[in-house]
Write a protein that binds this ligand. Structure first.
Ligand code: KIV
Ligand code: NA
Length: 265
């Protein structure tokens, strides 16, 4: 069909068509993803780790996300281009609106993504009011790594799961168009995807989501020790294009993620 937009994403959820997403950081790989039929490309702040070689995503700047978004956007006709809001780019709603505006105007992003729960609702509604689509991000939030004391599964405890459900509702009510759930028990992710009207995209969140996303380098097999929730399609396929096509096919057929890629409560 035509270009992927918020209307199309909502229709895909309604029709039960899984949404296949990947991260991308440059023109060449974004073009390959586009040819493979990836629906959404996220210029993630994971670029700080997989492109720049930092230990965390924290050093990434708005300027850097703009640069990579411009590179990716040049390749995209059909895939929706989403830009990540870096650490400390939205300490309050006004600065967040300004940062997001730059990602759209200078970077060419069609949607922005931000980590956080109900405390981000004011910013999400400001963005919505200004015509900027929003992807929220709950569960493991890598920008919180120092507060979390490491990268681990979120929402295993009952109280944590209920807080996540309340955050998800608040973000949807504030106008979020999409929600990413990272490293949450499969049963909780399935429940949230069922409860929310907006599409829920999982990463380490089991097969009950409306779509899946992985980091491009993990899919291609470039990451030496990929996280357990990833599948290195690049190690199974003869080249980049077949690997990307196999990823899209597996997401659409719901054969990825398997049981072994998810977490239990
Ligand atoms: O930065 C990133 O790549 C992300 C995805 C893993 C969801 O936030
Ligand atoms: Na990110």
């Amino acid at each position: 069909g035509g270009a992927v937009n918020v209307t199309r994403l909502a229709a895909m959820k309604r029709d039960g068509e899984p949404i296949a997403c990947l991260t991308a950081y440059d023109y060449g790989f974004a073009a390959a993803c586009e040819r493979a039929g990836v629906d959404l490309l996220l210029v993630g702040d994971s670029l700080g780790m997989v492109v720049q070689g930092h230990e965390t995503t924290l050093p990434v700047t708005v300027e850097e996300v703009i640069y990579h978004t411009r590179c990716v956007a040049r390749a995209c006709r059909r895939s929706l281009v989403v830009a990540d809001m870096p650490f400390m780019s939205h300490p309050d709603a006004e600065s967040g609106l300004a940062s997001a505006g730059r990602l759209v105007k200078e970077g060419g992003a069609q949607m922005v993504k931000l980590e956080g729960g109900a405390e981000q609702a004011a910013l999400v509604s400001r963005l919505s009011a200004n015509g900027i689509p929003v992807c929220a991000h709950l569960g493991l939030r890598p920008q919180q790594v120092h507060k979390l004391g490491g990268y681990r599964v979120q929402g295993r405890a009952e109280a944590e799961a209920e807080a996540m459900a309340a955050d998800a509702r608040a973000l949807e009510e504030a106008g979020a168009d999409l929600l990413i759930l990272e490293c949450v028990p499969a049963a909780l992710a399935r429940r949230l995807a069922g409860a929310l009207a907006i599409p829920v995209i999982g990463i380490g969140a089991g097969s009950g989501c409306d779509g899946q996303i992985l980091v491009l380098h993990d899919v291609l097999g470039v990451t030496p020790q990929p996280p357990r929730f990833a599948r290195a399609f690049g190690r199974e396929a003869a080249g980049v294009e077949p690997a990307l096509a196999a990823y899209v096919e597996a997401v659409k057929a719901r054969s990825f993620p398997g049981e072994q890629h998810g977490f239990q409560a």
